[in-house]
Design a protein around this ligand. Structure first.
Ligand code: PLP
Length: 363
């Protein structure tokens, strides 16, 4: 018997969360140099962050000093961006950290978490981590949520309804009307708006009316700060206070604080790039559809989900990877034989479409 007998059995047996690997790990394994890899697998921003962030970080003098653990300046800046009071806001090292914290706050052994599946796999992971039971309300064939099914599945053990809006990996948007119906159940609703800036629809102002609404956002996608890990949530102040007490000290690092400040001073620059991504999304959607062997689904985010109509998604993924183009593939229940492609720069679309046309003959 080894060390594992000391580890909590439910955690030892837990299935992990499959995060993307860094392109550096592919150096020498693909036909191009690591620097030429086109990364369309993790919904990152192809334009990077604001150049103001790079300049401010290079000049920052105090990395040896801890950040403000209560995030006071940061919460004020985010209040300015979101239009809601700072007392509603808590930031995390990526919105992932807040997802983890919220699950720990609401979900205990045997509690039910309602998930609008298929969706972001981290919700399943955190449910299992907390010993909860995942109740999957399956989306319809166009990945729309059936709100009547959600309401019918609520029991006295339901502790959380989770909804990514737009959804990952399908890009589907759920209407405000449907969200209001979920809120009327009184169950805590975790609304993940990681891709808000690519659709412009938000329910943040509703947090003032609904204590049970929690909205998560991130700087990873629209502001190009995925590597610095900075996200935030909007909560009823009572929940915000508990989260501030529960989080680990100094959870948002100084570099992320600087990066948020500079990003918010460079909104015109960043939003012009968001607009370029939205425009490119329309072109990519059309080009993918024209290929004939993929069925792209309309997306309100910075990626497009495609059903594979001919051949195997895993083959497409592997062949593209060999050429240095990274996409995501799925082949599991509710996400059968499909790929997800992040929207890149126009030249990335061109390279992807060219590679897909070349490999079609081999499918
Ligand atoms: C729905 C959703 N929520 C949250 C995240 C994670 O965001 P962050 O980088 O802020 O942890 C992602 C990232 O892919 C996502 O798709």
């Amino acid at each position: 018997m080894g060390i594992e007998r000391f580890i909590k059995p439910n955690l030892f047996a837990l299935g992990g969360y499959a995060a993307r690997t860094s392109p550096d790990t592919l150096d020498g394994k693909v036909e191009v140099a690591a620097k030429d890899i086109i990364k369309l697998d993790a919904n990152e921003n192809p334009y990077g962050c604001s150049p103001r962030v790079n300049r401010a970080l290079a000049a920052y003098p105090d990395f040896s000093v801890y950040p403000d653990t209560m995030q006071e300046e940061l919460r004020k800046e985010l209040a300015g961006y979101t239009g809601i009071g700072a007392e509603y806001i808590v930031a995390g090292s990526g919105s992932n950290q807040l997802i983890d914290l919220i699950f720990r706050l609401f979900v205990g052994q045997g509690d039910e978490v309602m998930n609008c599946a298929p969706t972001f796999d981290l919700y399943r992971f955190d449910t299992e981590m907390c010993g909860g039971k995942l109740v999957e309300v399956v989306r319809d064939s166009d990945f729309a949520v059936n709100v009547d099914k959600v309401k019918a599945a609520v029991t006295d053990r339901t502790r959380l309804i989770v909804l990514a809006n737009p959804n990952n990996p399908t890009g589907t948007l759920t209407s405000r009307k449907d969200i209001l119906e979920m809120l009327e159940t009184g169950v805590p609703v975790l609304l993940d708006e990681a891709y808000y800036e690519f659709c412009g629809e938000t329910v943040v102002p509703l947090v003032e009316r609904y204590q049970n609404l929690m909205v998560l956002r991130t700087f990873s996608k629209w502001a190009g700060l995925a590597g610095l890990r900075i996200g935030y949530g909007v909560f009823h102040p009572q929940i915000a206070d508990v989260l501030l007490k529960l989080k680990i000290p100094y959870n948002v690092n100084v570099a992320a604080l600087v990066a948020v400040r500079e990003s918010l001073k460079d909104m015109d620059y960043l939003m012009a790039r968001v607009k370029a991504i939205i425009d490119e999304r329309a072109r990519l959607f059309e080009e993918l559809g024209k290929l004939g062997f993929l069925k792209p689904f309309p997306s309100s985010a910075n990626f497009i989900y495609c059903a594979v109509l001919k051949g195997k998604a895993s083959d497409i993924w592997q062949k593209l990877e060999k050429k240095g183009i990274l996409v995501r593939y799925f082949d599991r229940p509710l996400l059968r034989n499909s790929i997800r492609v992040s929207v890149g720069k126009p030249e990335n679309t061109d390279a992807l479409i060219k590679a897909l046309k070349a490999l079609e003959k081999e499918l």
